[in-house]
Design a protein around this ligand. Structure first.
Ligand SMILES: Nc1ncnc2c1ncn2[C@@H]1O[C@H](COP(=O)(O)OP(=O)(O)OP(=O)(O)O)[C@@H](O)[C@H]1O
Ligand SMILES: [Mg+2]
Length: 303
């Protein structure tokens, strides 16, 4: 991972800080299995530098951005780079203190605490990934206030107060303004430093495509990345909604092509049909047509 960051051009001084952190907080053998092995790498030097610096300084991170901007990929990559065990918590409307911190259970006739993911992070110096944090009710998240601010502690009624392990960090993700999300209250937001996640650059996307599909021809890698930029521009200009601006969908489409589906049909499944408005679907098809041929043949796409 460190070599990848070096090749991405991340500042050498910042990389030193990671090594220092890792030397100060070696991972216990029993927790190694919890260190993520990333399936994807995050591309974006500036975001990397900001995120690493914030974590080194002991801050918690809130990653805000539209769908498929790599929020979870980055969170996972960060835990891997810092070699910390990680716990993933998906927030939903009924997320409460018990889900996060733990609940009383009966074992062998006695009451014992079944530790929740936040509690485990606190004890083991984990990275807690608080996914879609704004899906939960703010009132239920108040239990995290002491954990996330300078107190760095968990105080559960009936149990001893525990201090957070010095390596523990929290990385939250959120989409803003989507159905089912709520406004994050200021008190909670104030406990994070916030990164506004940019869309992937064309250069980054080409790298992502080549890594994901080693057989993809360079010309088509450029074309697909260009297509994504074209759709992005139409969205910025207000001609299209962001429904078809879906990086996950583009990757899925290329996967379908690799499995033998004709390219335009694959793009229809992955991108065009993400919009349920026939006029908009036509617009996306037009964007595809201006860049790609009417028949996208397997042998042209994969060298
Ligand atoms: N900058 C980037 N670098 C690498 N991959 C990226 C980047 N941006 C998006 N992706 C790709 O987009 C896909 C979705 O990433 P991820 O699941 O992290 O998105 P997300 O921001 O959490 O989306 P959502 O809000 O829908 O949960 C992955 O395949 C990932 O590789
Ligand atoms: Mg996500």
């Amino acid at each position: 991972m460190l070599n990848f960051l070096k090749s991405e051009g991340v500042d050498a001084g910042i990389l030193k800080e990671i090594e220092k952190f890792r030397a100060e907080h070696p991972t216990e053998e029993t927790l190694r299995c919890r260190i993520p092995e990333p399936r994807y790498l995050y591309y974006g030097k500036e975001v990397w530098e900001e995120a690493i610096t914030a974590l080194v300084c002991g801050e918690n991170l809130l990653l805000v951005g539209p769908k498929a901007t790599g929020k979870n990929v980055l969170a996972e990559n960060l835990a891997a780079v810092f070699a910390r065990p990680s716990w993933d918590v998906s927030f939903y409307i009924n997320t409460d203190a018990a889900t996060l911190l733990g609940t009383d259970t009966f074992t062998g006739g006695a009451v014992a605490l079944r530790k929740g993911p936040i509690y485990r992070c606190a004890e083991d110096g984990g990275f807690g990934i608080l996914d879609e944090i704004n899906m939960a009710k703010n009132e239920s998240l108040a239990v995290l206030h002491a954990t996330l601010d300078f107190r760095r502690s968990i105080d559960m009624p009936g149990y001893d107060r525990i201090a957070l392990h010095p390596a523990a960090r929290f990385i939250a993700t959120m989409n803003y303004g989507y159905a089912g999300t709520r406004e994050l209250n200021e008190a909670l937001a104030s406990r994070f430093v916030v990164i506004d996640m940019p869309a992937i650059t064309t250069e980054g996307l080409v790298k992502l495509l080549k890594r994901e599909f080693p057989a993809l021809s360079p010309a088509y890698a450029d074309q697909f990345a260009g297509l994504f930029q074209d759709i992005q521009k139409k969205c910025d200009g207000g001609e299209l909604s962001t429904k078809s601006l879906d990086l996950r969908g583009l990757l899925a489409a290329v996967r379908l092509m690799r499995a033998g589906l004709e390219g335009n049909r694959a793009l229809e499944l992955g991108l065009v049909n993400k919009s349920f408005d026939s006029f908009e679907r036509q617009l996306v098809t037009d964007v595809i047509r201006t860049r790609l041929p009417e028949c996208i043949r397997f042998e042209d796409v994969f060298a």
